[in-house]
Design a protein around this ligand. Structure first.
Ligand SMILES: [Zn+2]
Length: 511
């Protein structure tokens, strides 16, 4: 009798499991809302830099969505920035007989113009002598710098100022030696000339002197698509009294060359910029927003998936990481709408401040939000908008994943989902953080197996094109791949939550 009852309840349990999977697969085709989430993030809200009103708005929206699907929500403060930053529109042009509209941007947390500002253009001084010669002309000028843009703001910290002073001192010594070389060459006109020593380079050696002289801003040459990040060094101890004064412009390298040539040819022309970078008094807190589906049998064990909500703001953060957020949110919605009551707790983690150094996921891991030994796996999604078409796992996890991913095998008839056994551990446990939000989990020995993401239709997606650039826009997303990935994430999380054990950690790392 008992035996019959047991086997019946097991069969019944399996049927309930199948019902959820069937519903997720079915709804994944007929009512997949991944792109609705992505559209809201990228186009209704827009770029979401840490400290912006847009990020605060996005956090509230994610919470509201999770709640509307019946999830419990944890909002976890991960830190604050002292001053907030909102990006407004920006435009510029070259005023000359062959004038042009300028293609440029500024890193976040850099200075605005004061309305629309026009000025002449100079090339930066390289020595004190040059600075002396042009000091009266700096006021109201745009200054071309030698250093190319790396996407980050020009470092205006005290540490950077010290380095500049050291370089200037060494360049003065080089100047002195070059004078001697010149004299030697003059008095040895019959021998081969000695070569002069080149200056040591640093970004804007006379930065502060130029700001004090009243320049409008600095212009660096930048590769396209323009990569525009933020003031990493300065933004964490900014105050409303120490806001940056001079604009920090990254100009399309082709246009930069045109402008530079005009300056060298002593042509008369001006540049005009209107840059609306807005600061507001903080502190501004940033939060992880975590959707929770409590486990019925093992509530204190976890299967986790996530992506990061913060983004750079020259684009709209559609791919990095609107993609990961939308797919994670849709996995949650598909499961909730299918009536899933998982045996283990599912967490859908929408991280904050990834771009500022994985601050959100780090806080989650290091503050002991959940015991790390009780996490079966953390699935991170923060690559391109690609299709989750398989997974490669250590031998000790292989049978579990084969079972759990079985329903995905022929979900897309042309692209069968493949589970592969890893021949060897992927290496030692990482000791340094990098990459994305899986890092602090991995450093602490938590499995962070992620799906293999591919481009089966050959759509030529190029991550470098969107990575922290102005091109990180909604039209770079690939709906078919993302919708598919939401289904894969939902089915896999559900399956792992239903196992009667956590995933084995054997053979995960070599140490
Ligand atoms: Zn990212």
């Amino acid at each position: 009798m008992l035996a019959i009852f047991l086997s019946l309840s097991i069969a019944f349990g399996a049927a309930a499991q199948d019902k959820v999977v069937r519903s997720v697969l079915e709804m994944g085709r007929s009512d997949n809302r991944t792109m609705e989430h992505a559209d809201h993030l990228a186009n209704v809200i827009g770029g979401r830099i840490v400290g912006s009103a847009a990020l605060t708005e996005a956090e509230a929206w994610v919470k509201e969505q999770f709640e509307s699907w019946g999830l419990e929500v944890i909002v976890q403060e991960a830190g604050t920035v002292p001053v907030g930053f909102n990006r407004g529109p920006w435009s510029g042009r070259m005023l000359s007989h062959d004038g042009m509209v300028l293609h440029f941007g500024t890193p976040s947390y850099t200075a605005p113009t004061h309305g629309c500002q026009r000025g002449h253009v100079l090339i930066e001084p390289h020595s004190r002598r040059e600075l002396e010669r042009m000091k009266g002309a700096l006021k109201g000028a745009w200054v071309l710098l030698d250093a190319e843009s790396n996407g980050m703001a020009i470092d205006r910290s005290a540490g950077a100022q010290e380095k500049r002073a050291e370089v200037i001192a060494r360049n003065e010594e080089i100047d002195r030696q070059n004078m001697e070389i010149m004299r030697w060459n003059w008095s040895h006109r019959d021998s081969a000339a000695r070569k002069s020593i080149p200056y040591e380079r640093i970004t804007a050696p006379f930065y502060q002197e130029m700001v004090d002289a009243g320049v409008l801003g600095f212009i660096r040459s930048a590769k396209v698509p323009l990569q525009l990040m933020y003031d990493r060094v300065g933004c964490m101890d900014l105050t409303m009294e120490t806001l940056p004064e001079a604009c920090d412009i990254c100009l399309d390298e082709a246009q930069f060359e045109i402008v530079r040539r005009k300056v060298l040819r002593k042509e008369t022309f001006e540049l005009e910029f209107d840059i609306r970078n807005h600061f507001y008094r903080g502190p501004v807190a940033y939060h992880n927003v975590i959707g929770v589906m409590r486990g019925t049998k093992y509530p204190k064990e976890y299967v986790i998936a996530g992506g990061h909500l913060d983004s750079y703001d020259a684009g709209t953060g559609a791919v990095d990481d609107g993609n990961g957020v939308s797919v994670t949110m849709e996995a949650a919605r598909l499961l909730a709408a299918s009536g899933a009551k998982p045996r283990r707790t599912l967490l859908f983690c929408i991280w904050t401040a990834e771009e500022f150094g994985l601050l959100g996921s780090r806080h989650f891991v290091e503050s002991g939000t959940v015991p790390l030994g009780a996490i079966s796996n953390y699935f991170n999604r923060d690559g391109g908008p690609l299709m989750a078409t398989g997974i490669s796992v250590p031998a000790a996890m292989y049978d579990d994943f084969v079972k759990v991913c079985k329903p995905l095998e022929d979900y897309d008839a042309e692209v069968p989902f493949v589970v592969e056994k890893r021949q060897a551990p992927s290496g030692p446990r990482p000791v340094r953080a990098g990459g994305s939000d899986h890092a602090y989990f991995a450093m602490n020995g938590v499995p962070t197996i992620s799906f293999r993401e591919t481009d089966p239709d050959g759509l030529n997606f190029d991550y470098r094109e969107i990575w922290h650039t102005e091109s990180d826009l909604y039209n770079k997303l690939i709906p078919k791949y993302m919708e598919h990935s939401a289904v894969v994430t939902a089915v896999t999380m559900w399956g792992l939550a239903g196992l009667d054990h956590l995933l084995s950690r054997d053979g995960l790392y070599t140490d």
